[in-house]
Design a protein around this ligand. Structure first.
Ligand code: IPE
Ligand code: IPE
Ligand code: MG
Length: 257
């Protein structure tokens, strides 16, 4: 028997509930919980990292599908160098294999890859692969995917200060002319807008040295989901939550309306 359209239940998906005219321009994600995910399954941490790459694809595809312009993923922090050597090696190998595997996805979806952090600290093979993908995708313009690798916000700000001081010393900039825009131009993120929505998985509610300057007015969203379990719908949930908030930027609610 044919379904009666009058009684059919139309389920509105999370994706369909998103207001396309109120999208965050820049989403940043602290991808956390790979180790705990693996432990829960009685597996070694590397297994969690491997499965974390699937979640990266989910996040990248969902963000680009709905029209997010900038997605920044925290993949490896300056502090992560202090992990056991074998785990660091695993993460670097995974970076290389994922880049090799995902280049076609990036091209097919018109996504440009960029990086922030001290990529000179990465193993030669990882740096080489990374620069290759950055070069190959440089003309793509649907979304900019930025990987934070060997990234630390304090290091970034320290470097910016050094560069600016040198310019002052060499009379390229005068101290009176140092304003926020000068600082922004000296950060790794000079080509990125401020973060609108910061997501962290795994239940931890901290920033862990990520984009301290750039999240000054970001909306923060914490979820208990462990990173390898993160799916498209989790990103849509985060965006829907963001869209319910009133961003006042210091003004009153009445001024916003
Ligand atoms: C995030 O997962 C991946 C990186 C930091 C590289 P973790 O490896 O931090 O996982 P947990 O926090 O130990 O569960
Ligand atoms: C933050 O996760 C860094 C990345 C997600 C790459 P960590 O798991 O290293 O953070 P902390 O040290 O627990 O805060
Ligand atoms: Mg962690």
């Amino acid at each position: 028997m044919a379904a009666n359209p009058a009684t059919a239940i139309f389920k509105v998906t999370l994706k369909e509930q998103i207001h396309i005219d109120k999208l965050p321009k820049h989403i940043a994600i602290i991808m956390d919980g790979n180790g705990r995910w693996a432990k829960q399954k009685g597996m070694i941490r590397a297994f969690g990292h491997e499965n974390g790459t699937k979640a990266v694809r989910e996040a990248v595809e969902s963000a680009s599908e709905i029209g997010i312009e900038f997605l920044t993923l925290y993949a490896f922090s300056t502090e992560n160098w202090n992990r056991p050597k074998l785990e660091v090696q695993t993460l670097m190998k995974l970076l290389v294999s994922s880049l090799k595997k995902e280049i076609s996805t990036l091209q097919d979806n018109n996504i440009k890859l960029s990086t922030i952090g001290n990529i000179n600290a990465l193993p030669v093979s990882a740096k080489k692969e990374l620069l290759e993908v950055v070069e190959k995708t440089k003309d793509n313009n649907r979304m900019t995917l930025t990987l934070a690798l060997s990234y630390g916000s304090r290091e970034e700000i320290t470097n910016a200060l050094k560069e600016i001081s040198l310019k002052v010393k060499n009379n390229i900039i005068s101290p009176e002319n140092i304003d926020e825009s000068v600082i922004i131009e000296h950060l790794y993120t000079q080509n990125l807008p401020d973060v609108d929505l910061l997501v962290r998985t795994s239940g931890e509610q901290r920033i862990s040295n990520f984009l301290l300057w750039q999240i000054a007015y970001a909306e923060l969203y914490f979820t208990e989901i462990l990173w390898p379990d993160f799916t498209k719908n989790h990103l849509y949930e985060a965006i829907l939550n963001y869209q319910q908030r009133e961003r006042r930027f210091g003004k009153t609610s009445e001024q916003i309306k």
